[in-house]
Design a protein around this ligand. Structure first.
Ligand SMILES: Nc1ncnc2c1ncn2[C@@H]1O[C@H](COP(=O)(O)OP(=O)(O)OP(=O)(O)O)[C@@H](O)[C@H]1O
Ligand SMILES: CC(=O)N[C@H]1[C@@H]2OC[C@@H](O2)[C@@H](O)[C@@H]1O[C@H](C)C(=O)O
Length: 381
């Protein structure tokens, strides 16, 4: 089946669209990536999404318009792929997260992804599955991360103990025990590790007065030195101590948090380059801190994916936090495209929902009380 996965992540940098050919059955799938594109939001829409995700209140009318505008942009991404691949049979659309509050002690949680599925289905003429996270949240789960089940079935190794580390706006890990272990599936773990590129992007935007959106290849941070005392202080943040299941977003590690970090740095007169190196190392150190606390088995390799895997300074810092025999590589090196892994995941989640009628969540990862079918199905006119 030809399935198209769509997602715009927490960085709000662009819509990722990945067309895959899925063969095989149920959990035992083969995936061939046929096409992958990034489709940019218009500047004004991107700015609105960032404002809203940053907490700006909206009227109901503006909310409805935003939901539709995002869907129309997702349709443009589909149309681009359709030019060379007219035979798409199913779409899995994650949409755009604008709010995420995982369940608290009273079990109250919300997650909101915009980009209406009805519009995507009607305008593309292709059956569309969307709104994947709410069923997990309703079952008491975090609603994230959802890629862990896909990582488990596509990236587990017979012998090696792996961590698949996504570095998007937020970072998340899937721990994959070696398949030689009895009941290896039950030992898979996954959770959000904290900030990925989000704080780095915000700092670069601040220091460049909005001229730059991100630190290309980590070149700016590489000119500075991380200030370890600050990292130790920042690692005391409750989120880094909290055991899984856990997930987070811009609500915790957005502009307000960056501002707090910048205030801390000014007490030490840190220049901008050192601050960038320090905030970049916070991502690396928080990944290491999470693994040290919650993974009890030695890790043979860390497979990076997401835009942060292109930040060479960040990659170097991650390797520095694992000085032993843990190799730091990218998922590309084991045959999984690191840019489009999340979009591919939503194509597979749609396939599991619509074709195989299989649950998409791993309760041991999200904390949900049960496995659930994830996503709402929208049929075209
Ligand atoms: N060449 C590069 N050098 C450094 N950083 C890069 C490079 N290319 C992309 N990035 C970073 O990756 C980010 C985008 O990553 P990605 O698309 O994986 O995030 P996302 O999907 O929005 O996030 P999430 O996984 O949290 O939903 C950019 O905002 C930028 O910070
Ligand atoms: C609420 C939300 O959109 N969460 C994202 C975000 O981006 C990375 C991390 O935080 C992850 O938990 C999740 O996305 C991926 C695709 C997931 O669900 O696996």
């Amino acid at each position: 089946m030809y399935c198209l996965g769509l997602i715009s992540g927490t960085s709000v940098d662009s819509i990722d669209a990945a067309l895959v050919k899925i063969t095989g059955k149920e959990l035992d799938l083969n995936i061939e990536l046929l096409s992958g594109i990034n489709h940019d939001y218009p500047d004004k829409l991107r700015a609105t999404i960032l404002e809203v995700a940053g907490g700006k209140p909206l009227s109901m009318e503006a909310y409805a318009q935003l939901d539709e505008a995002i869907a129309l942009c997702f349709v443009e991404a589909v149309d681009k792929i359709k030019q060379n691949h007219p035979n798409i049979e199913l779409i899995g659309s994650h949409g755009q997260t604008v709010y995420h509050r995982p369940p608290n002690q009273e079990n109250i949680g919300y997650t909101l992804q915009l980009g209406r599925g009805e519009i995507i289905a009607n305008l593309t003429g292709i059956t569309t599955v969307n709104n994947f996270r709410v069923a997990d949240i309703a079952a008491g789960g975090q609603g994230a991360p959802l890629v862990s089940k896909i990582d488990a079935y596509l990236l587990s190794d017979p012998e090696k103990y792996r961590c698949v580390q996504n570095i998007g706006g937020i970072g998340n890990v899937t721990y994959l025990p070696a398949k030689k272990e009895d009941n290896w599936q039950k030992k898979v773990m996954g959770w959000d590790t904290g900030p990925g590129n989000m704080l780095i992007d915000l700092a670069v935007q601040k220091f460049s007065n909005g001229e730059k959106n991100y630190d290309k290849n980590g070149e700016w941070a590489a000119q500075g030195n991380p200030y370890l005392e600050l990292i130790e202080k920042w690692l005391k943040h409750d989120f880094f101590q909290q055991p899984p299941p856990k997930s987070t977003g811009r609500e915790l590690f957005g502009a307000d948090y960056l501002e707090q970090c910048w205030q801390d740095a000014q007490k030490y007169n840190l220049p901008e380059t050192d601050f960038l190196a320090t905030i970049t190392d916070l991502t690396a150190a928080s990944i290491a801190h999470n693994y040290q606390q919650f993974i009890k088995h030695p890790i043979d390799e860390i497979l990076l994916c997401g835009g942060g895997s292109l930040n060479l300074y960040l990659k170097k810092r991650i390797q520095a936090h694992f000085p032993g025999s843990t190799a730091v590589r990218t998922t590309d090196e084991v045959g999984m495209n690191s840019d489009f892994k999340e979009a591919i995941a939503f194509a597979i989640l749609a396939y599991w929902r619509y074709v195989s009628k299989l649950p998409g969540n791993l309760p041991q990862v999200t904390g949900a009380k049960q496995e659930r079918l994830l996503g709402d199905i929208h049929y075209p006119l």
